[in-house]
Structures are given as C-alpha cells and as structure tokens.
Design a protein around this ligand. Structure first.
Ligand code: HAM
Length: 418
C-alpha cells in the first residue's frame, strides 16, 4: 500500500493555497460590509440531519456521503458534512435563535466532503464559503444576496452568468410536479435510465438531466405554475436585481439537486471552467428550520465553491495586487544583525521580506532571490554596513545602486510590483 493521497483529495502547496486564501479574504471582507457574522460548525453530524434536509432522494445523500458508525454504544451513524446549510440550521435551532433572535445573517467557510467522480473543478473534499440568512421572507433579501455575489465577482475582476428561477412553494409546487410526472410518463421510452428512477422518486430532477437535454427543455416549467404570491415574489426579485444593475437570465431549468429549496433558486456560472462551471449556487428554503425542529422561520442562502472560484481567477489571469517582495542578503555576522532589524522594519510597512541564509555565497543568495520572484534584492556587506548603506538591486531591471539604509524604506515603498 502506497501512502499517497486519496482520489479526489488535494494537497495545495504554495500558490494554489494562496489563491484559495485570497478568495476567502475577499469574501470575508465583503461580509464585514454586508453585516454578516461568522458561524463555525462541526465537520461531523448525525446522518439523519442530511437525510431530513438535503433529502433522501438527492444524489448527495443517496450516493455521495462519507458515513461511518461511531464507537458509542448506540452505534450512531455519522456523516462528514457534504454541505453547510443543514448544520447551520441545526446550530441556529439548537441555540434557540429561532425564538430569541430569529433574524440572523451568518457566513461559514470550510471543507465539505462528497464522494463524487473527480474531475477538474470537482473534488471529494472541497471548500465552500456560504451565507445563510434567517427570518427574512421578503424578496429584497433574495436580491441582496445576489447583489452580494455580484460584488464579490466584481471585486475579483471576474465575469459570471447569473441564472435564476422560482420553484414555487408548497401551494403551487404539487401541480407542477404532477405536470412533470405526466410529461415524463408520456415520454418514458425516450428517457435515460437515471431519469426513469428520477421520475418516480423526484420528477423535478429530470430537469437537471445532462443527457435528456432536449426533453428537459421542452418539459413543463415551474414559472408557469406559480401561485399569485410566488409570482409576485419572483417578479419583485427580478425587478430589484434589474434596478441594482445585476445582469442575469431567467433559466427555468434551474431546479437544484437538494430537497429544501422553494421559490427563488439560482446558480452563478463561469464560462471558462468547462463542465463543472457552477461557481456559486443557492436559494430560498422557507420551511427547513421547522423541518429540523425549529419555529416557522424563513431562510435563504448560497455557497461559493472556493476551488472553482480560484480556478476562474487563475483562468482569467487577473494580476493581483501583492506586496513588494524583497530578498534581504546579509554578508557576515554584523551585517546579519543589522539585516534582522531591517527586515522587521520593512515588513511593518507592509512589505514581503525574506531574509536569506547568511551561510551561502552572494551568488547563491541572488539565485534564491530570483527563484522566489523577489522584485528587489537588498545586499548588505561589511563595506556597506560601515557606510550604513546597502546595495539595492532592481531584479526586474537588473540595475543596482547604493542607498542609505535610512532611505531604503522610502525607496522601496510604495513601489510597483506585479
Ligand atoms: P451546491 O450546489 O450543492 O449547494 O454547492 C454549492 C457550490 O459548491 C457549487 O456551485 C460548487 O461551486 C461547489 N461544489 C459542490 N460540489 C463540489 C465538488 N464536488 N467539488 C468542488 N466544488 C463543489 C449547496 O451546497 C447549498 N448548501 C448551497 C446553499 C446555501 N443553499 C442555500 N444556502
């Protein structure tokens, strides 16, 4: 047995990890501005949590969860979280917030686990940054979440397609479901094997089929079955998005693969990601809080697929603002002492400073400076130290000159870097 990583799991070393962290930093900064607070929840939950919320017929629960039996006497079955929403709702109810302080805006960030067939953009451990809002049934909240995603997109300099739909509610969905069932039965011979199963278990999922695309396109649409309240809600969301300047399309095929959605459902896709192009997805889930033992409190949210967002960022090759990178080279013990102080001062500016090994030759230190992509090398030898100066080498321009140490910060900062 070789000790390699598991299929569908990733090691991120250096830059890829940095890109993921960068997306998270930007998303966290946005949460400040939108007054969304953080929630941290466990990675393990009882399996029943997902069975009751995500749904027994969903692919996630029926095929993709990592589950195991705990060592307790009851032999509790646990599941590694495949998504964040059920855990957040459980925590919200368990903390009694549905009664004491129902209006909550929360975000979470962390790994999720689904045993899917791995491919580019689809992993068995991936990261989501999710937002859940409780206690808001009004369409302005639906629109606000979409504007939030659009703000993040803009901040990252990306272009996405926003697709929205309404799935109706408990009042109008049964008629839609019945119409889909009739349609599926009428075209039974043309349906793929998976859709035969979907037809009986959850006919809405037929619309998601990647094989029967034409049949799905001609199928009944939830928008044609909306009751007046759901229609009004959807029309208001559409109007608010338009006035906020979010570009979107209405896609009646967005049904989402999870059971708890009602009314607004959406997906945000990127054109340069191949088949796994959904970067963000979410929707409204009024009723879920009650299903998980709480009061009748509405909810809505979304989750960003962080790896996909990072891939989109890399594909767009957006130059990111970073700190000026300085390789500090000290030759000899006394110079090293001064360089240690200097590194600290420069980092405070802020600036990225790597103090190179003092035990290597100047030549090998300059090689290292190139290797780490430093913008500047600052070289302090015994002579420079005596003059309280350093050689400042611009590694891009291959130019070098002597500067006084007291002027160094002003020379380097603010400086251009790419
Ligand atoms: P979801 O559509 O299952 O929704 O996942 C949301 C996003 O997570 C996807 O659009 C995708 O970017 C990313 N994602 C999902 N599976 C994988 C995977 N195997 N590998 C890489 N990325 C993946 C939810 O999870 C809902 N909890 C979203 C939500 C929050 N709805 C309401 N609130």
């Amino acid at each position: 047995m070789e000790l390699t990583r598991l299929t569908g799991f990733q090691d991120l070393i250096g830059q890829p990890a940095r890109t993921l962290a960068y997306v998270e930093e930007r998303a966290r900064a946005l949460m400040e501005r939108y007054a969304v607070g953080e929630i941290r929840i466990p990675l393990l939950e009882r399996i029943e949590l997902y069975q009751r919320s995500t749904g027994e017929t969903s692919d996630i629960v029926s095929k993709q969860m990592y589950t195991f039996t705990d060592r307790d006497e009851a032999g509790t079955t646990l599941a590694l979280r495949p998504e964040g929403t059920p855990g957040v709702v459980r925590a919200y109810v368990e903390a009694g917030l549905d009664r004491s302080d129902p209006e909550q805006r929360l975000f979470y960030s962390g790994p999720m686990f689904r045993r899917e067939r791995p491919q580019k953009g689809r992993y068995r451990q991936f990261h989501q940054f999710g937002v859940e809002v409780f206690g808001r049934a009004d369409p302005a909240c639906d629109a606000e979440l979409l504007v939030m995603i659009d703000d993040l997109r803009r901040d990252l300099g990306l272009s996405f397609q926003f697709e929205i739909n309404s799935l109706g509610d408990a009042k109008c969905r049964p008629a839609f479901r019945a119409a889909l069932l009739d349609y599926g039965r009428a075209h039974y011979a043309e349906l793929c094997d998976d859709c035969h199963e979907r037809l009986e278990r959850n006919p809405l999922r037929m619309l998601d089929c990647k094989i029967d695309v034409k049949l799905a396109a001609a199928a009944p649409k939830s928008l044609d079955f909306l009751c007046p309240e759901c229609r009004q809600h959807f029309d208001t969301v559409v109007a608010l998005l338009s006035s906020a300047g979010v570009e979107f399309i209405i896609n009646p095929r967005i049904v989402r693969g999870l059971d708890y959605y009602m009314r607004t459902a959406f997906e945000v896709t990127s054109t340069n990601l191949g088949s796994q192009n959904a970067v963000v997805a979410g929707g409204r889930y009024d009723g879920l809080v009650e299903v998980l033992g709480g009061s009748d409190i509405p909810g809505i949210g979304f989750a960003i697929g962080m790896e996909r967002m990072a891939l989109a960022l890399e594909a767009a090759q957006k130059p990111r603002e970073g700190l000026v990178r300085v390789a500090l080279i000290a030759l000899g013990e006394p110079a090293a002492r001064r360089a240690t102080q200097l590194a600290r001062e420069l980092r405070g500016l802020p600036m990225q400073v790597e103090l190179l090994s003092t035990e290597r030759s100047l030549k090998s230190q300059l090689k290292r400076a190139d290797r780490i992509g430093a913008n500047y090398a600052v070289i302090i030898g015994a002579d420079e130290l005596a003059r309280d100066a350093a050689q400042l080498r611009d590694l891009g321009a291959s130019a070098q000159r002597e500067v006084r140490l007291t002027d160094l910060a002003a020379e380097l900062y603010p400086a251009r870097c790419d």
